[in-house]
Design a protein. Sequence first.
Length: 394
Amino acid sequence: MASLPSPLLLTTISVLLSVILTRCSVAVTTSPCDFTAIFNFGDSNSDTGGLSAAFGQASWPHGESFFGGPAGRYCDGRLIVDFIAEGLGLPYLSAYLDSVGSNFTHGANFATAGSTIRPQNTTLRQSGFSPISLDDQWVEFNDFHRRSQIVRRRGGVFKKLLPKKEDFSRALYTFDIGQNDLTAGYFSNMTTDEVRAYVPDLLNHFQNIVKNVYSQGGRRFWIHNTGPVGCLPYVLDRIPVSPSQIDKAGCATPFNEVARYFNRGLKKAVKQLRKDLPLAALTYVDLYSLKYTLFSQGRKYGFPRPLITCCGHGGKYNYNMHIGCGAKIKRHGKEVLVGKPCKDPSTSVVWDGVHLSQAANKWIFDRIVDGSFSDPPVPLKMACFRKELASDQH
Ligand SMILES: *[C@@H]1O[C@H](CO)[C@@H](O)[C@H](O)[C@H]1NC(C)=O
Ligand SMILES: *[C@@H]1O[C@H](CO)[C@@H](O)[C@H](O)[C@H]1NC(C)=O
Ligand SMILES: *[C@@H]1O[C@H](CO)[C@@H](O)[C@H](O)[C@H]1NC(C)=O
């Protein structure tokens, strides 16, 4: 194609340019997106009651800082997904699996604590991983999508509990999953190389689920990357590494390197999805950097001992996998709380050794809401606009 550009090509270029320019100015000047619902997929980082509904409530003192007691969350209070709901002026999400008092008018939460992207071949009791993988969350969503409309036609209370058909295309679809797929390998004694080797398969699964949701009308996707799992007490305590593998922050580098490897792949996968799904707006959100900042420079932000568990018992990190947050023992015939919360959870990054505190979640949310950690860098309320150019500049 060494010849002069043909008039047709020139026309195509100018049409493309004007499309691009229009789209950019649209994103800059229009009013915020009309999100009327949130559908969330994930693990304990965004579970608002799924695992609790099926396998028993996350016990006291979970939820104490905000809900006044257990509220299905593995946290002392609100999760990032709760702050997202608040930020969009929507109610907190009911867990799809929770049949008591749930209201799905403005969305549903399919996440369960311990969920992985790929189905695990172990039971919850064997390994601690949820039987409800992302594949299963998709099956649940698909069922919800179809049946909610049939049941809504019954009218009455059902009409007041379920989303309208159009809410599915207007909704924000949020994803926060992957951490457990990485630890699942390590906890079954795999080496870092072995864990890395299956990351492409995880990303492949993930992409397929996003495509499935798109095929059901999902258009706006908000995708969190995975955190520095090598900074969390449950990993530091359970899988010791050599001193040379501990970084300045006190985190274990092999696990964080795998998390970053996953994240690089996730970012690429999202980029590919933008090409494959022409009507979708996909926002990739870098929570890793913010979480790592909390672990490495927490002191600067009001978290003096960022690696120490608030609610736990004993050991270097105040974490013991056998005596978790809320654990009790019998002493002289009386129940005594052993897994105790610290005096002030709002100064802890880590709540129970596995999950971040409400204060940490809020700190992170405050920094992602304006788009500073997103690709493309669109604020939460603008995450319905496609911005092809932005992501290519990164
Ligand atoms: C579970 O077993 C199947 C069949 O052997 C295998 O293909 C799959 O990779 C396994 N899943 C995990 C997470 O190991
Ligand atoms: C469910 O929530 C919506 C929105 O907050 C509300 O309008 C509706 O009345 C609620 N349904 C019931 C049965 O309370
Ligand atoms: C991993 O290795 C430890 C120590 O050798 C052993 O106790 C444990 O059973 C192994 N776990 C699995 C899932 O193979």
